[in-house]
Design a protein around this ligand. Structure first.
Ligand code: UDP
Ligand code: LCN
Length: 794
């Protein structure tokens, strides 16, 4: 049920709700009585609506109320906390915009409350003494952002780069004095000590302006393609050095980049599908290739002869399980200047930790790791990097520690934020901590999000969700871990540090099935065996009795959230779908005794029992994780040859690289409406959305598609072509690399401009790290107290 009313941002709920309650006073009293009747509890959006509907008998009255303003408020309430006689509402009228009110259930009086007050209400349900203690730990990062300009419209969230660029140019064009920070910034630019753009003789804004004037007059009199060498000396006399591009974005400020992606397995072969190892690795390898191409192109345009370097920092795992994860330095394939540098974790007694550890158990190793990694980086790069990019909580924390210490521009990428994946994992942190260590993880996330200069996201929804649902970052606006820490403001999605830069898929690997001359036919016999042989092996179980049917295909890690078991179940239950297509899934291991991953073991067992329960043998092929990406590309195309489809059924998917891989191969794609895929695919045009919570509906939607294709084969081609078109317009690595390097330069300058505020915040964060994070990870970290935690004041 969604109310159709629109609501202006300027209207405050605290002000307008009392009148609306008055108008339906009798009905609303009944509704609030229902809310409080079961005593203290949290009511989620759906429950609030259901209770409202149940409290109204008259149909017309019900419709009127639900469609009216009160209905709108209740539909927009994400959750409410019942503490009789009060009900406190967390209302989200628009993406990123929250308001908190408490309503007295008897007299229906309404009072606006702060996020902190709302969180205290909520904490009362979990840890009353802590909630009531005035001295419980409360952190308010928003209080430190006083002069940082913020975006105002929900629709502009994620356009931080544009916003900051405009802000900077307006700030710089005011008076000559305002140019001083730019001058200071230009004076810092260098490559290995060699000055770029201007040298020290230009020490005032006036001198800079004069030099630029002279240069402009001089250059405009030269033939267009005159090489810089011909007039370099003249430029130097005026104080100008190499590196002048034609736009601010071409300022030569980035040559060396460090990318942290710590938890294993990180490698180029045989790692995909292993626990914790999925799209993040693919993303980073493709990302550094794209960044290298872009850097080389820019350096050339800037007239420089400089060699860029990109280091991917990960952990070295001595027990590498047949991968290259025990190799210290490994060049990244198909690049000239990118390498993977692996640094081991150290145990308490200083030895290398030999085995893989889950990303959830990684926190005690990170501080020491960052110190060791930093020393190696400085050595290999022969100086500081120009940009540090973190990935996931562990990499983002390491990037924050290192960039604070060295004073280098930082970007972060989350791929997925765990707090949103596990419902109520903040308030229930205590229950989950032994298994997941969310106390460390959410604290580290908060430190990294607030330290970083910019945040790269793959979609809008990752930041601010949709009209109905909050985004991953938005979930960190105000939250609490009762008994541990209350984040009165965690991160604000209107902060201009947020930027959307969607990844692509490697188009040399994932190309359309129609490009016959490029097809990797050598793989066909292997793929034929993989899909259609009749015997169970170590690699696959189940078989396809009727190979003339199209294949419905899925490929993912065998995590709960990927919901591969949900797909098998919905297929098992849908006779029509079973008649129309075969099901092939590539996922995890086939034998639970071979897995060490808690969730994977449960899912493996579930897969076996579903195959038995629905007697799927003959219609299903379950293939174990496939680590050869090149062959996987051909596999997608072979599925397309069968006029099949790809399905991504995750309960939640942050982005979903498989979705764009399948679409790049021309395979019609069905994907979850929970998360990134909902934005990648335009439902019914470039593919289809499915609701993973409703297997019956999803199964019917799939069956309908295949039925339609059976009746009209051109329909399949239409969806395939529209999917490809969507990819070429929005999801390529070239678009990504341009955006990210622009972020690096622009935020690099921005951080020099708002230096005072940044330093103040950094000191607060440093204290939080030292007092809170270190305590949480325990004594391991306390040993390496000095260098990493003590951020300097750059
Ligand atoms: N993948 C693979 N073999 C597998 C499972 C996954 O090669 O058995 C690859 C897949 O092609 C994609 C990545 O791993 O490139 C998974 O990325 P995605 O974003 O879909 O999910 P994640 O695992 O990162 O959550
Ligand atoms: C992690 C995920 O869970 C996926 O949704 C993303 O596609 C992948 O990382 C790459 O960003």
């Amino acid at each position: 049920m969604a109310s159709k009313l629109s609501f202006k941002r300027t209207d405050s709920i605290a002000e307008s709700m009392p009148d609306a309650l008055k108008q339906s006073r009798y009905q609303m009293k009944r509704c609030f009585q229902r809310y409080v009747s079961k005593g203290r509890r949290v009511l989620k959006n759906q429950q609030l609506i259901e209770e409202l509907e149940k409290s109204l008998d008259d149909k017309v009255e019900k419709e009127k109320l639900v469609e009216g303003f009160l209905g709108y408020i209740i539909c927009s309430t994400q959750e409410a906390v019942v503490l009789p006689p009060y009900v406190a509402f967390a209302v989200r009228m628009n993406p990123g915009i929250w308001e908190y009110v408490k309503v007295h259930s008897e007299d229906l009086s309404v009072e606006g409350i702060t996020p902190s007050e709302y969180l205290k209400f909520k904490e009362t349900l979990y840890d009353e003494n802590w909630a009531k203690d005035d001295n419980s730990m409360e952190v308010d990062f928003g209080a430190l952002d006083l002069s940082t300009p913020h975006l105002t419209l929900p629709s502009s969230i994620g356009n931080g780069l544009q916003f900051i660029s405009k802000f900077l140019s307006s700030k710089l064009s005011d008076k000559p004095d305002s140019m001083k920070p730019l001058l200071d910034y230009l004076l810092t630019l260098n490559y290995r000590g060699e000055k770029l753009m201007i040298n020290d003789t230009i020490d005032t804004v006036n001198k800079l302006q004069t030099a630029l004037l002279l240069a402009e007059v001089f250059v405009s009199g030269l033939p267009r393609y005159t090489p810089f060498l011909k007039f370099e000396q003249r430029f130097q006399e005026w104080g100008l050095e190499k590196g002048w591009g034609d736009t601010a974005e071409r300022v030569p400020s980035i040559f060396n980049i460090v990318v942290f992606s710590i938890h294993g397995y990180f490698g180029q072969e045989k790692v995909l599908g292993m626990p914790d190892t999925g799209g993040q690795v693919v993303y980073i390898l493709d990302q550094v290739r794209a960044l290298e191409d872009e850097l080389l192109q820019r350096i050339k345009q800037q007239g420089l002869h400089v060699t860029p370097k990109i280091l991917v920092l990960t952990r070295l795992i001595p027990d590498a399980k047949g991968t290259n994860c025990n190799v210290e330095l490994e060049p990244v394939q198909n690049t000239k200047h990118c390498s993977i540098l692996r640094v081991p974790f150290k145990t308490e007694d200083g030895k290398d930790l030999r085995q893989w550890v889950s990303r959830f158990d990684i926190y005690p190793y990170l501080e020491r790791y960052t110190q060791d990694a930093s020393a190696k980086i400085l050595d290999i790069l022969e100086g500081k990097p120009d940009l540090i990019i973190g990935n996931y909580t562990d990499g983002n924390l390491a990037a924050s520690l290192m960039s604070s210490k060295l004073g280098v521009t930082q970007g972060t990428i989350a791929h997925a934020l765990e707090k949103t994946k596990y419902e109520d994992s903040d308030v229930k942190w205590r229950q989950l901590d032994q298994k997941y260590h969310f106390s460390c993880q959410f604290t580290a996330d908060m430190i990294a999000m607030n330290t970083t200069d910019f945040i790269i996201t793959s979609t809008y929804q990752e930041i601010a969700g949709s009209k109905e649902k909050p985004g991953q970052y938005e979930h960190h606006y105000a939250f609490t871990m009762p008994g541990l820490c209350r984040f009165a403001t965690g991160i604000n999605v209107f902060d201009p540090k947020f930027n959307i830069a969607a990844p692509g898929a490697d188009q040399s690997m994932y190309f359309p099935f129609t490009q016959k001359q490029k097809r990797l036919t050598d793989f066909h016999p292997q793929i034929e065996e993989l899909l259609y042989s009749k015997q169970d092996t170590d690699e696959h179980i189940g078989y396809l009795a009727d190979r003339n049917k199209p294949v419905l295909f899925s490929m993912a890690r065998l995590d709960k959230v990927k919901n591969i078991t949900g797909l098998v179940e919905l297929y098992g239950q849908n006779k029509k779908l079973r008649d129309l297509v075969n099901l092939v899934v590539v996922a995890g291991l086939l034998d639970a005794s071979q897995s060490k991953d808690r969730e994977e073991i449960e899912e493996i067992n579930k897969m076996h029992s579903l195959i038995d329960k629905y007697q799927l043998k003959g219609q299903i092929r379950w293939i174990k994780a496939q680590t050869d990406r090149v062959r996987n590309g051909e596999l997608y195309r072979c599925i397309a040859d069968s006029k099949g489809a790809f399905v991504q059924p995750a309960l939640y998917e942050a982005f979903g690289l498989t979705v764009i891989e399948a679409m790049n191969c021309g395979l019609p794609t069905f994907a979850t409406n929970q998360g990134g895929p909902a934005e990648i695919i335009v439902d019914g045009v470039s593919g289809f959305h499915i609701n993973p919570m409703n297997g019956r509906e999803a199964g019917n939607k799939l069956a309908e598609f295949f039925q339609k294709c059976k009746e009209d084969p051109s329909y399949w081609n239409k969806v395939s072509t529209a999917g490809l078109q969507r990819i070429y317009e929005c999801y390529t690595w070239k678009i990504y690399a341009t955006k990210v390097l622009n972020m690096g330069s622009t935020y690099g300058f921005w951080r020099t401009l708002n230096k005072e505020e940044r330093i103040a915040k950094q000191r607060y964060l440093q204290m939080f790290y030292n007092l809170q994070f270190r305590n949480l990870v325990g004594k391991d970290c306390a040993k390496s107290r000095r260098s990493c935690g003590s951020a300097n004041r750059n």
